[in-house]
Design a protein around this ligand. Structure first.
Ligand SMILES: [Zn+2]
Length: 481
């Protein structure tokens, strides 16, 4: 008797707990959920527009304008062209403390144009595509900021909300230039999300990286008639990459080194006098990255000596790893749990299966379940983001939301396809809800803001942030002003 009634009691308890959970949110949280729901059509329209434009790094003129104009129409004060970036902007509303920031990206990737369908076919041959879902990213964050603004306007919440339109995340790391200008310095807490194949409060770090260019300059000569008069810049380049590849045996497993040969001579009968290589070093911690960075730079000198040529190293930029904030992550997690799983229609699941079939993945469909908050890994895998730099200046609370099927190859046509249809839209709206609810937590609960800040200070220690950037303005392509 006892055994058979246990499952029943368990089910009733779960029902009671989830029913209780559903009724436990504050009035302000209910209001932001309504405010996001009210913006749904506008959100879809904006994200679809940005999706179709698919403008790449620092070329996002129309995409940036769509978001900045919307912010302005909602009563935000918008400062455009911040940090010498024509497509960067900051939209602010309200006054006083707390000052909560939220990040929004909107740049696309080159060459992966795709229609919103599960069969690979470009929308426009050779054009860009939103293979990282940034069309959803910017819109969800801005709509969450608008929901908060509504409450500040009515006097239900006190403080300031700032939306950051952050360009060129995929190539030039726009947030670095904003960070260097001190644009995040007045924030108490910042929020951020990213489209993903899973939904979770993100408490994992990212990889620190550095990008630099090495150029070798030698002496041209006839490759057959008088090669002894030549000093080959490509010899130096080959010796350099050989050195890098020997080094791989002696670096920690967390380190990654990539390179891209950008110039390796022009013709076979000339001893090449010029070569150029773009090198990237990553590690899970900035200190580890810096150690390998120094060694890899030094090797350029060695290669130049061997080939008897000159060399030049130019720093492009570097990224910090994410400084995790678990206190903020826990607040985000509770809101995600309240919102529950995203549900999909048969048609959407069919779309997901189509994408999985086309990319050679098992037909596992979608995963939008809310799992318990993860342990933070000491050495995470994955990529890098310029959000990392923001996270050393101000605590950043992060979120990932499902906008693509399980195992979808990222930065690919498949992500572009999902970002232009309802699977992407649903994730965008879910993200906007979770972000705005978590912001309500921060405005309503000063102790939470303090706890988030305390954790930030403990993790940061006495490190004084400095952007890894050469002096001078951002590399805006000619004609982009
Ligand atoms: Zn991205």
């Amino acid at each position: 008797m006892i055994r058979s009634s246990l499952p029943f009691i368990f089910v009733m308890m779960c029902f009671y707990l989830s029913a209780q959970n559903k009724t436990e949110i504050s009035t302000n949280k209910k209001l932001v959920l309504e405010a996001v729901a009210k913006q749904k059509e506008k959100m879809i329209a904006m994200s679809d527009q940005i999706w179709a434009l698919a403008e790449t790094a620092f070329e996002e003129k129309e995409s940036s304008k769509i978001l900045a104009d919307y912010a302005e129409s909602q009563g935000f004060t918008v400062e455009r062209g911040v940090a010498e970036m024509p497509t960067g902007f900051v939209a602010s509303y309200g006054s006083g403390k707390p000052v909560i920031g939220i990040l929004g990206e909107f740049d696309a990737l080159p060459g992966i144009s795709q229609k919103a369908q599960s069969v690979k076919q470009p929308l426009e041959e050779g054009a860009g595509g939103h293979g990282c879902g940034h069309n959803l990213f910017g819109v969800a964050s801005l709509s969450a900021a608008v929901a908060i603004k509504d409450l500040i306007a009515k006097g239900d919440l006190k403080g300031t909300i700032k939306f950051y339109g952050t360009p060129a995340e995929e190539k030039f790391f726009g947030k670095l230039f904003m960070a260097r200008k001190g644009l995040f310095n007045d924030l108490d807490v910042c929020l951020d999300w990213h489209p993903s194949a899973e939904t979770k409060a993100d408490v994992q770090s990212s990889l620190a990286l550095v990008d630099f260019i090495v150029e070798f300059n030698g002496q041209a000569a006839h490759a057959s008639a008088d090669p002894w008069n030549g000093r080959s810049a490509v010899d130096a380049l080959e010796l350099y990459t050989t050195g890098i590849n020997y080094l791989r045996e002696h670096i920690k497993p967390t380190v990654r080194i990539h390179y891209h040969i950008q110039h390796g001579g022009d013709v076979v009968n000339v001893v090449p006098d010029y070569s150029k290589i773009w090198v990237r070093v990553r590690d899970t911690k900035r200190e580890g990255m810096e150690e390998v960075w120094k060694r890899v730079e030094k090797m350029a000198e060695g290669a130049a000596i061997m080939a008897d040529v000159d060399y030049k190293i130019s720093l492009v930029s570097g990224l910090h790893e994410i400084l995790v904030n678990r206190t903020g992550g826990e607040a985000m997690q509770k809101n995600l749990e309240y919102l529950g799983d995203i549900t999909y229609t048969e048609k959407e699941l069919e779309f997901a299966h189509g994408i999985q079939e086309a990319t050679g993945k098992p037909k596992k469909g979608m995963d939008a379940t809310i799992n318990p908050l993860e342990e933070t890994k000491e050495h995470p895998g994955g990529g890098s983001t310029d959000v990392g730099d923001v996270s050393w200046l101000v605590p950043v609370i992060r979120l990932g939301v499902t906008t693509a099927p399980i195992d979808t190859p990222w930065h690919s046509w498949a992500v572009v396809a999902c970002g232009g249809m309802s699977i992407g839209h649903k994730g965008m709206i879910q993200a906007s809800k979770a972000l705005s609810m978590t912001m309500v937590d921060l405005y309503e609960n000063e102790k939470l803001v303090q706890a988030v800040k305390t954790e930030f200070l403990e993790r940061k220690g006495d490190y004084q942030y400095k952007a890894i950037l050469p002096d001078g303005p951002p590399p805006i392509p000619v004609g982009s002003n």
